[in-house]
Design a binder for this molecule. Structure first.
Ligand SMILES: Cc1cc2nc3c(=O)[nH]c(=O)nc-3n(C[C@H](O)[C@H](O)[C@H](O)COP(=O)(O)O)c2cc1C
Length: 387
């Protein structure tokens, strides 16, 4: 068993064990990948304050997200095609999250269906909705999520059109991969992945297949998204979905104070400061940099969460210190999943929790819920002087 000490260890294993097409799918941002890079490098600019001689016993990373108790303020973000990173990937990730005591969010673009997750887990999970042109699909997805006992609906607002990620086009990304010579040769070098994939029936977008009219080619993410995502999505549609769902609602993909203000007036339970992990609008500022102005805009009108760029418990600590109530990880758990399946997701969560806990101890904080601005140092020019 390899010794795993950090998320990077999982990433190295992940790269070795998963076909290039799916590694590239996760490890990419749009266009020049500037936002993708800055999402992580901006965290490095924030420093924890070293405090000593503070009683560090009785520490806890426990917190609450939209009224739900969590083992730490870190949920699993919705990640499309998770079931291509590892056979039955969404089921494995959901089980790991359940055992750990953090929320799992199932993507609309998942390989395992809402019903698959409900069948293999006990804890209620969250469902992420992409708004499609086909209103019947949206209606039925909401009803399926309700029936499966999902305890929150997460509505993603920053993907009405797919940001271009060059590698996906070059690799001909699809689920399952097309049996071309380069793909076959590459899969032969990933025997564990290939064998497990042969052992499951879950190899295409099961959340969508059979639930959308007039869609025959379900394998191509690109052509399907381009034809089905609703470019007309606006706040009136958000309101319709909010009313139709009627339960806890999280608005994902807010990266501007103006939008945050609108979202806060919407009666949602939380918003997620997010730029989709740098996969959509390249050049947009990192979420950690946008967090302070967004918080100034919404005050305590709405719970503010953050994702994009979290690779350690120290990053979680910094996001909380800057005022996020909670965080999400996307790639950090995908690395674990591709590296070692369910056990790898548990390792990723474990690594992050331990890093958070030790950072709390060395910063003189006992409770994750007490982490505040005074616990970090932020350079004067961190937010930048943009006009
Ligand atoms: C491979 C991949 C697929 C994703 N698919 C979705 C998706 O289907 N729905 C969604 O709302 N966000 C999706 N996201 C964005 C994540 O939910 C999250 O915002 C992002 O991963 C956070 O950045 P991080 O990976 O740096 O943690 C995806 C991200 C990645 C890396």
């Amino acid at each position: 068993m390899p010794v795993i000490t950090c998320i990077d260890d999982l990433k190295r294993l992940y790269k070795r064990r998963v076909p290039k097409m799916f590694y590239d799918y996760a490890e990419a941002g749009s266009y020049t990948e500037q936002t993708f890079r800055e999402n992580t490098s901006d965290f490095d600019k924030i420093r924890p304050r070293q405090r000593v001689a503070v009683d560090m016993t009785g520490r806890t990373t426990e917190s609450v997200m939209i009224g739900q108790k969590v083992a730490m303020p870190v949920a699993l973000a919705p990640v499309g095609m998770t079931g291509m990173q590892c056979a039955d990937g969404e089921i494995k990730a959901a089980r790991a999250a359940e055992a750990f005591g953090v929320p799992f969010t199932l993507s609309t673009m998942s390989i395992c269906s809402i019903e698959d997750i409900a069948e293999h887990t006990k804890a209620p999970f969250w469902f992420q909705l992409y708004v499609m042109k086909d209103e019947d699909f949206v209606d039925s997805a909401i009803e399926r999520a309700r029936k499966a006992g999902c305890s929150a609906l997460m509505l993603t607002l920053d993907l009405q059109i797919l940001g271009q990620r060059h590698k996906d086009l070059k690799n001909g990304l699809s689920a399952p991969p097309k049996l071309t010579l380069p793909n076959i040769l590459n899969m032969m070098t990933k025997p564990r992945w290939s064998l497990q994939m042969l052992g499951t029936q879950r190899r295409t977008f099961r959340n969508i297949a059979g639930h959308v009219k007039g869609v025959d080619d379900m394998s191509s993410l690109m052509s399907w998204t381009n034809s089905q995502f609703d470019p007309k999505l606006d706040w009136s549609k958000v309101a319709r979905i909010r009313d139709q769902w009627g339960g806890k609602l999280i608005l994902k993909g807010i990266n501007d104070p103006e939008d945050a203000r609108i979202a806060a007036d919407f009666g949602a339970d939380a918003l997620i400061v997010s730029n989709h992990g740098g996969r959509q609008l390249d050049g947009a500022l990192s979420s950690i940099r946008m967090l302070p102005p967004i918080l100034r805009a919404v005050g305590d009108k709405i719970e503010v969460h953050l994702d994009s760029g979290i690779r350690s418990g120290q990053d979680v600590f910094k996001a909380l210190a800057l005022g996020a109530k909670s965080t999400y990880i996307g790639r950090s758990f995908i690395y674990g999943l591709g590296a070692m399946g369910q056990e790898g997701v548990t390792r990723a969560l474990d690594v992050i929790q331990k890093e958070l806990d030790i950072t709390m101890a060395l910063s003189g904080v006992q409770k994750a819920t007490d982490i505040a601005r005074q616990h970090v140092l932020v350079p004067h020019d961190f937010e930048g002087n943009w006009v």
